[in-house]
Design a protein around this ligand. Structure first.
Ligand code: PHE
Ligand code: FE
Length: 287
């Protein structure tokens, strides 16, 4: 354990909390061009698909100036709106480091950008996923509070051996969440809004189940990291999400002790079903 109490020491060149300098001046013209290509593709798709808080956040941060955003330029505005900041990290960071940043309203973002031949798929979150996908939502005061509370909840979940369940909450909300709106379902999860193909699949494809958000039920549900989701959970509003998660998770974790995990495609009689998916996409992939 390092002096800061983190379980894993940072890589050479990183600070004790794993942050690095963004090194904005060192991005190449090709790297800025990759950002622009991805940015234009997504912003053409997202009106009518992305939730209002996401679209508002995108505007507020003025991420469309061209090229990879300089954190030194985004941070004053983000700070003013919700007290959040983006900090650069080399890539994925250990869970305890991640929680500590979130609990202090710092979002750790990958410094690197994918190559031009990897526009649609990469294994580790890059700056496009992290900044385009995650940061706009952090301009929303309710979501901003949710993310901080999540960071605070992480330490406790670790102590109670419930990290897997807490990770599912992150996955099905922060990364792959859908939200109701008067005009129909909208996407707000960063994994969806930063992906051209999943922005369409998540809302339009008949394959996945789309089910109402239910905290314990969701925390029982496995997820897949290798392909489109087989189930999406729909929140009524960001306030409803925050209200459900600000409660003490003691009883929630106790309920999980008494319940079994659920296979991804499970639909329970108690689920609020927005779409009963065909699962055709996942079945075709499975062969
Ligand atoms: N309320 C949770 C707890 O008591 C913490 C938490 C908040 C977790 C928000 C996730 C999201 O542990
Ligand atoms: Fe992410």
């Amino acid at each position: 354990m390092s002096a800061d109490g983190f379980t894993t020491a940072p890589p050479p060149g990183a600070a004790a909390d794993w942050t690095i300098d963004q090194g904005w001046n060192a991005y190449t013209a090709e790297e800025h061009a990759v950002w622009n290509t991805l940015y234009e593709r997504q912003t053409a798709l997202l009106p009518g698909r992305a939730a209002d808080p996401f679209l508002k956040g995108l505007d507020a941060l003025d991420l469309h100036r061209g090229g990879i955003p300089d954190f030194a330029r985004i941070n004053p505005e983000l700070q003013r709106l919700t007290g959040w900041q983006v900090v650069a990290v080399p890539g994925l960071v250990p869970e305890d480091v991640f929680f500590e940043h979130l609990a202090n309203r710092r979002f750790p973002a990958g410094q690197f950008i994918r190559r031009a031949d990897q526009l649609d798929y990469l294994q580790e979150p890059d700056i496009f996923h992290d900044v385009f996908g995650h940061v706009p939502m952090l301009t929303d005061p309710t979501f901003a509070d949710y993310m901080q509370a999540y960071g605070q909840g992480g330490r406790r979940a670790a102590e109670l051996g419930r990290l897997e369940n807490l990770a599912r909450l992150y996955w099905y909300t922060v990364e792959f969440g859908l939200m109701e709106s008067p005009q129909g379902l909208r996407i707000y999860g960063a994994g969806i809004v930063s992906s051209r193909t999943e922005s369409m699949f998540a809302l339009d494809d008949p394959s996945p189940n789309r089910l109402g958000f239910d905290l314990v039920r969701l925390m029982r549900t496995h997820y897949r990291i290798d392909d489109f989701q087989q189930v999406y959970f729909v929140i009524p509003s960001l306030q409803a999400l925050l209200d459900a998660t600000l409660q003490d998770f003691g009883p929630v974790y106790a309920a999980l002790d008494a319940a079994e995990d659920l296979a991804i495609e499970t639909v329970l009689p108690t689920d609020r079903v927005f779409t009963l998916g065909t699962q055709a996409y996942a079945r075709a992939k499975a062969g």
